[in-house]
Design a binder for this molecule. Structure first.
Ligand code: TYM
Length: 341
C-alpha cells in the first residue's frame, strides 16, 4: 500500500464482554447503534470472551454468557445475515495481532489508562497482566479487520485513542504508510453515557453493588417501574431548556434516557416535559422503557432457550470473520518480516 492514509473500504467493528448481565447503558451506548449502523455499513459485532477472562470467570458459565450477549445483539435487532456476529476466541487473529501490538504499544501509554486504574483498584499488583494489556487486544480486535469505525459508549474513548496510536505507530515503525486505518470512535447522543440511577456522578455499570443503580436488559416490567420510581432526583420540576440541567446530573440522566429511548433530542423532551414534576415524568419514563425493552427482553429469553440457534449464528459469523482476517494477517506477517516457507 503506497498511500500515506488508509484508503480501503469502511467497516464497523464493536464488541461487548460476556461478563455479567447487560444493562441499559450497554443497550443505548452500543446495541441501539449497532442496529442503526448495519443498514449503512459492513458491520462486525463480536462477543469479546478473551477480554472477559482478564478477570476471573467460571469456565462452566462462560460459553453461556457468550450466547447471552449474542442473544442480546439479535434481540435488539442485529441481523446476523447482514452483520457478522461472532465470538472473539473463535478467530485466532485477535490473539496473534494482539501479541504483535504488544510489541508496538508502550508501557507509558497503558499506564495512563483510567479503566485499568478503576478496575484494578488497590489490588494493582494482583491484577492479571491481561487486565493491564486489555486495550492492546482491543486495538487488535478492530485492526485485524481493518475496521474504520467503532460505535461505543463514552467510557471507551480512551481505549479508542490508544487503538489509533497503535495503528499509527505500527504504520510508521514498519514503514507501511496507510497499512492500518486510524479507527474513528462513534460516540454520539445522550445514550453514550448512561449514569447510575442512584448517583448521577457514576456511570451505570455491571459492577455497581446496588442492582437499584441499573436497569438490566432481563428486568421485568415491575422491576423497571420500581427502579425508576426510586431513582434519585431533586424536589424541583423539570427545566424548560437544556441549560437548566446543569448541576442536576440525576435529572440530566433521566431526561437523557427518555430522549435516547424515544429517539428525540433532549431539547424536544424538555419542550414537552419542562415544568412537570417527577411524579408525572417518572411513570411516563417507566412506561417508555417497558414498551421499548419488553420485546427485546422477551426475544432474548426465547433465544437463550434455544442455544442451538444462537450457536448456528456464532459459527457462521466466526467463519466469515476468519475469512476477512486471514489475508490481512498474511500481510501483517509479511510486513513484520516473519518467516514464510
Ligand atoms: P463493555 O462490555 O464494558 O461494554 C459494552 C458497550 O457498552 C458501553 N457502555 C455504556 N454506554 C453508555 N453508558 C454506560 N453506562 C455504558 N456502560 C457500558 C461500552 O462503552 C461498550 O460500547 N472494551 C469494551 C469491549 C471491546 C470493544 C472492542 C469495543 C473489546 N474490544 C473493540 C469496541 C471495539 C468493553 O469493555 O465493553
Amino acid at each position: 500500500m503506497s498511500d500515506s492514509v488508509y484508503s480501503g473500504p469502511e467497516r464497523v467493528f464493536s464488541g461487548v464482554q460476556p461478563s455479567g448481565r447487560l444493562h441499559l447503558g450497554n443497550y443505548l451506548g452500543a446495541l441501539v447503534k449497532f442496529v442503526a449502523l448495519q443498514a449503512t455499513h459492513d458491520c462486525m459485532f463480536c462477543v469479546v470472551d478473551l477480554h472477559a477472562i482478564t478477570q476471573p470467570q467460571d469456565p462452566k458459565a462462560l460459553a453461556d454468557q457468550t450466547r447471552e450477549i449474542a442473544a442480546a445483539y439479535l434481540a435488539a435487532g442485529v441481523d446476523p445475515k447482514r452483520a457478522i456476529v461472532f465470538p472473539q476466541s473463535a478467530v485466532s487473529a485477535h490473539a496473534e495481532l494482539g501479541w504483535i501490538f504488544n510489541c508496538v504499544a508502550r508501557m507509558g501509554w497503558l499506564e495512563r489508562m483510567t479503566q485499568f486504574k478503576d478496575k484494578s483498584g488497590k489490588d494493582r499488583e494482583r491484577s492479571s497482566v491481561g487486565l493491564f494489556d486489555y486495550p492492546v487486544l482491543q486495538a487488535a480486535d478492530i485492526l485485524a479487520y481493518r475496521a474504520t469505525h467503532v460505535p461505543v459508549g463514552e467510557d471507551q474513548k480512551q481505549h479508542l485513542e490508544l487503538s489509533r496510536d497503535i495503528a499509527d505507530r505500527f504504520n510508521r515503525e514498519f514503514n507501511a504508510p496507510g497499512f492500518f486505518p486510524l479507527p474513528e470512535p462513534l460516540i454520539t447522543g445522550p445514550g453514550a453515557r448512561v449514569m447510575s440511577l442512584r448517583d448521577g456522578s457514576k456511570k451505570m455499570s455491571k459492577s455497581d453493588p446496588s442492582d437499584q443503580s441499573r436497569i438490566n436488559l432481563l428486568d421485568s416490567a415491575d422491576e423497571i417501574a420500581n427502579k425508576i420510581k426510586r431513582a434519585t432526583t431533586d424536589p424541583h420540576p423539570l427545566p424548560e431548556a437544556e441549560d437548566g440541567l446543569k448541576d442536576r446530573p440525576e435529572v440530566e440522566n433521566l431526561v437523557g434516557i427518555y430522549a435516547a429511548m424515544s429517539g428525540r433530542p433532549v431539547a424536544s423532551v424538555l419542550g414537552e416535559w419542562g415544568g412537570a414534576g417527577f411524579g408525572k415524568f417518572k411513570p411516563a419514563l417507566a412506561d417508555l422503557l417497558v414498551e421499548r425493552l419488553g420485546p427485546v427482553t422477551a426475544e432474548m429469553r426465547r433465544l437463550m432457550g434455544d442455544p442451538a440457534e444462537v450457536d448456528r449464528v456464532l459459527k457462521y459469523g466466526a467463519a466469515r470473520a476468519a475469512a476477512i482476517a486471514a489475508p490481512i494477517m498474511a500481510e501483517v506477517r509479511a510486513v513484520v518480516g516473519f518467516w514464510r516457507g
